[in-house]
Design a protein. Structure first.
Length: 264
């Protein structure tokens, strides 16, 4: 796809203008280069389709309700990829020093520093305040990613530390066991009464599209998973998705947005 064919939504243009001061042609130029590099790491649809340029957290109805809490909250974004949603939170008034992006791929995080350079092409000074972590949450140390190097970060620093955890399009990439482990971990890093929001692909019944390597939850199975791992006051919104399917296929596919509180 040539740069001229990339369609940018209003929210994307506003984010990049406010965070970096760049215009549409520069967003498209950077988008093309990040897409090419990102696809070499992992071929996610959100990279291939340029969706990573859009601050997808804005499509979460629960995020809108939490906007006033954002400035004073310590927030952890699991599966942050290039960090688009984190930069949106900064634009929405979050304190960048209280924001943590986490991904298994540190290289996505590093590419985000290029995507969000300021309009002069220099490293964005706001980026120097953000905290980016890569690695495995079950290991004692994570990598704290800086622009030019990385240092070690004690994983247990995160215990009961977060007011809000966000996970956008991560759960459906995991097996049922991995998903449950991640939910337990999220519960562990939240403060008592802390909030977990996110988005995941869903269906009218729980299915395992890649032979149990990935999990598509139904609203019911997602609620059960959250309840049995220490969450309460769970709300799930299911928006039907148009997907190519066999006309005899009885399953309906959804995008699930959810909100849950760590039970006290
Ligand atoms: C489909 S992308 C979604 C990116 C972004 N959160 C969004 O909503 O568009 C999924 C991201 O989750 C990361 N990821 C996959 N498994 C993960 C895990 N177990 N823990 C943390 N990040 C993970 C991937 O590397 C990738 O960056």
């Amino acid at each position: 796809m040539g740069a001229e064919e990339i369609t940018l939504q209003e929210e994307t243009i506003t984010l990049f203008k406010r965070y970096c001061g760049i215009d549409v042609s520069e967003i498209k130029r950077r988008g093309q280069s990040i897409r090419a590099g990102g696809l070499q790491i992992q071929s996610y649809r959100c990279i291939d389709s340029y969706r990573f340029l859009f601050p997808r957290i804005l499509s979460n109805p629960f995020y809108k309700r939490l906007r006033e809490k954002i400035p004073n909250s310590r927030i952890f974004d699991i599966g942050c990829a290039f960090g688009t949603d984190l930069r949106q939170m900064v634009v929405d008034g979050a304190n960048p020093e209280l924001l943590y992006g986490f991904d298994i791929h540190g290289r996505f995080i590093r590419m985000g520093f290029d995507l969000f350079r300021d309009h002069t092409g220099a490293i964005n000074p706001l980026d120097l305040k953000l905290n980016f972590l890569a690695g495995n949450l079950n290991e004692p140390y994570l990598n704290l990613i800086h622009i030019d190097d990385m240092t070690q970060f004690k994983t247990n620093t995160l215990d009961s530390a977060m007011d809000l955890v966000h996970a956008g399009s991560v759960l459906h990439l995991l097996s049922e066991t991995e998903g449950e482990e991640l939910i337990k971990k999220i519960n562990h890093i939240l403060k008592s009464g802390g909030i977990f929001i996110g988005r995941t692909s869903g269906a009218s019944e729980k299915i395992y599209p890649e032979n149990r390597l990935t999990t598509i939850h139904s609203p019911k199975s997602l609620k059960e998973l959250l309840t049995s791992n220490g969450f309460a006051q769970i709300k799930i919104v299911a928006d039907e998705r148009e997907v190519i399917k066999n006309p005899n296929d009885a399953i309906t596919y959804f995008t699930l947005h959810f909100l849950a509180y760590k039970a006290i």
